[in-house]
Design a binder for this molecule. Structure first.
Ligand SMILES: [Zn+2]
Length: 281
């Protein structure tokens, strides 16, 4: 019997401060001034975790973080991970005009390319904020030199997600001969419902084995790669805990103490590489 080579899945890390997270910002009413920066230490933990195995990842770095911590960006690139763009200010795309969005991604892409010394071709919107009303953003991304976007999570969710969006990499925009590929966050489909196996709060809340089983199921039954994501601040349970309503508090902090161990086991059991390698672009 012929054995097929194992499918390699894509791994991604959104590099931002804990206080850039939407739930944290909303919970504190935006009072994030004066909070200590912890992104360098938490991203170092991610790099150490990855160095203990074989996984390579795409790091979507916020432009403002790159400008403040250029050595961190150089270190990520130096360890053969991919540098990609998470925008500059972490403002939701749905709150920007096309002109503001273009300026934001251009600023961040320029900073990242200057520091990393290599072309940056991938983009992820803050909080997956490219919805059906923001399709104009794809044209901006293509004309600014991006080749793929990863800003959809095809699930039912209160603040993002489009359950009916395609679940695997596909061409989402074309201008002339230029194509933009969309790589959605991973889901597995059970009884007509897309279940999240791509990370975020779900991964912190649920047992690791569910995500692992979901990814293996997609690889074995649909013969497609999935995409997983997380943030360095999810591995940092000692980050400041300013006052915020309990529902924001639970949602932001849940599962952080166990996150690093769960990720270690996931990266040990599932094969991961950068988005660029998985898409072969
Ligand atoms: Zn983000």
């Amino acid at each position: 019997m012929e054995t097929k080579p194992a499918i390699v899945n894509a791994l991604s890390v959104d590099v931002e401060e804990y206080f850039h997270a939407k739930v944290f910002k909303e919970g504190t009413g935006g009072a994030i001034g004066g909070l200590e920066s912890r992104v360098e230490a938490s991203t170092e933990r991610v790099l150490t975790l990855l160095a203990s195995g074989t996984a390579r990842a795409t790091f979507f770095v916020l432009g403002q973080v790159a400008a403040a911590h250029p050595a961190l960006v150089r270190k990520i690139a130096g360890e053969k991970h991919e540098i990609a763009c998470h925008g500059d200010s972490h403002e939701l795309v749905s709150r920007q005009t096309p002109k503001e969005f273009r300026a934001d991604v251009r600023r961040a892409k320029t900073i990242l390319e200057d520091i990393a010394g290599e072309p940056v071709v991938g983009y992820r919107a803050p909080n997956f904020s490219i919805g059906r009303a923001q399709v104009w953003a794809y044209d901006v991304l293509l004309t600014e030199g991006f080749r793929y976007d990863s800003s959809t999570y095809p699930i039912l969710h209160d603040s993002y997600g489009d359950h009916d969006a395609p679940r695997f990499p596909h061409e989402i925009w074309r201008t002339g001969s230029q194509r933009l590929i969309e790589f959605p966050i991973g889901t597995t489909r059970v009884l007509g419902v897309n279940l999240p196996i791509g990370g975020g709060g779900y991964f912190r809340l649920l047992p690791m084995a569910l995500t692992r089983a979901g990814i293996r199921r997609v690889n074995a039954q649909e013969h497609r790669p999935t995409l997983f994501y997380f943030h360095p601040w999810e591995l940092d349970p000692r980050q400041p805990r300013p006052a915020m309503p309990w529902r924001h508090r639970i949602r932001h902090y849940i599962g952080m103490a166990r996150e690093e161990g769960k990720l270690f086991r996931l990266f040990r059991d599932v094969k991961f590489d950068t988005i660029r390698h998985v898409l072969a672009i």
